[in-house]
Write a protein that binds this ligand. Structure first.
Ligand SMILES: [Fe+2]
Length: 373
């Protein structure tokens, strides 16, 4: 059998034998989207300077918290609170009725939040101990207009005549928060919890060779016939547990390139990019802040409605991008081998799906390209 049919047969077998389901038939609620993430940093002004250079816009600075937003009329996208450096919690949105359902089911109180964010929320813990706040009636922000570039002259269609392009070399403003990705202890338990609790649907799975449990799952909201981002939350079983990255949308690839130039001038730590992902199709560029957390600029991501079927794919070093530089050691975490080793040793002796077999599979996958499967 030639390589292509063998690969098709293998992917069909993954679908048949996958230990994680694609969606829940009877979820408790259906969340509407991702509202914000909250991080803690000892020096909130220094953290805020990073995100200003990244393109987020300052809305409010109180004594211990900084509220940042994108241009869209959605809510605050990132909150920085004073405290020891950590990724603290994720905010989702739902209807008031669905929030009440969660409060009743989990026997948790509905809390009222003060301005500037306002609204009401319930606070849950996911199976990995990550705090998830589910919100309704968050304060909406007035949208911020942006004068767009004059039209783009393609080779076939020239619509810009007697007019020039002069780009402002400044951080391009973020449009909105897009998705957040986390490395988890047990992928089946985690994905099923998000499906059963919030109605999330798996857009795509990725698998290590000869493994029926996925190593990555990309989940989107179920908004019925309304298209939504390919993934709002993604989960991975990778050596470094916890927050992997959070992504913010920019308008165009040119914005990503200008963003990179600005971030490089400010001497921030570049991780990986510019390239185009395969699953989700986003054009991407990744940066690390001073606490080592990773944040992504992206543009031109896929939108799926609830009817699109789940995809099954192999995980390898070429499976994350269509074009662009090879995945960097900084992105995979392999430029900090002692850190990886410390995390792995701790996890091998805990109640965790990360096994020696998984690690061998992960190592093989990182040495395997699309042409060598
Ligand atoms: Fe991403």
């Amino acid at each position: 059998m030639t390589t292509a049919p063998r690969k098709m047969q293998h992917l069909a077998s993954l679908k048949l034998n996958c230990s994680v389901r694609e969606r829940s038939l009877n979820p408790l609620i259906k969340v509407e989207g991702l509202a914000y993430v909250v991080i803690q940093r000892p020096d909130i002004d220094k953290a805020s300077a990073f995100f200003a250079d990244f393109g987020l816009l300052l809305d409010k600075h109180t004594g211990d918290s900084i509220y940042l937003r994108g241009r869209s009329e959605l809510h605050h996208a990132l909150v920085i609170e004073k405290g020891a450096a950590k990724f603290d919690r994720v905010g989702l949105t739902a209807s008031a009725k669905d929030m009440q359902t969660l409060a009743d089911h989990f026997s948790v109180p509905i809390q009222h939040r003060k301005p500037p964010m306002g609204g009401r929320f319930v606070c849950l813990q996911d199976p990995n101990g990550l705090t998830i706040e589910v919100n309704c009636e968050l304060a909406k922000l007035p949208p911020i207009d942006r004068s767009l570039t004059p039209s783009w002259n393609t080779s076939d269609t020239k619509t810009r005549v007697n007019e020039t392009v002069r780009k402002k070399i400044a951080p391009p403003p973020v449009h909105k928060l897009g998705h957040t990705v986390h490395s988890v202890r047990a992928i089946k338990e985690s994905v099923h919890w998000y499906q059963d609790t919030f109605g999330l649907i798996v857009s795509d799975f990725q698998f290590l060779q000869d493994d029926n449990t996925p190593t990555v799952a990309f989940l989107r909201c179920d908004l019925g016939d309304t298209p939504t981002d390919h993934h709002t939350i993604a989960m991975a079983l990778t050596p470094n547990l916890g927050h992997e990255h959070t992504a913010f949308e920019l308008d165009s690839m040119e914005d990503i390139a200008i963003g990179q130039e600005c971030m490089r001038k400010s001497q921030y730590k570049h991780s990986w990019g510019i390239g185009r992902h395969i699953l989700g199709s986003q054009i991407f560029d990744y940066w690390r802040d001073s606490a080592g957390d990773m944040f992504e600029h992206y543009a031109d991501g896929d939108l799926f409605d609830a009817n699109t079927h789940t995809g099954y794919h192999l995980f390898n070093r070429d499976a994350q991008h269509q074009w662009g530089p090879a995945m960097s050691a900084n992105f995979s975490g392999l430029d900090r081998p002692w850190n990886v080793l410390k995390n792995v040793v701790k996890r091998l002796f805990s109640d965790d799906e990360l096994s020696v077999e998984k690690l061998k599979g992960f190592s093989r996958a990182m040495k395997t390209g699309a042409g060598t499967e």
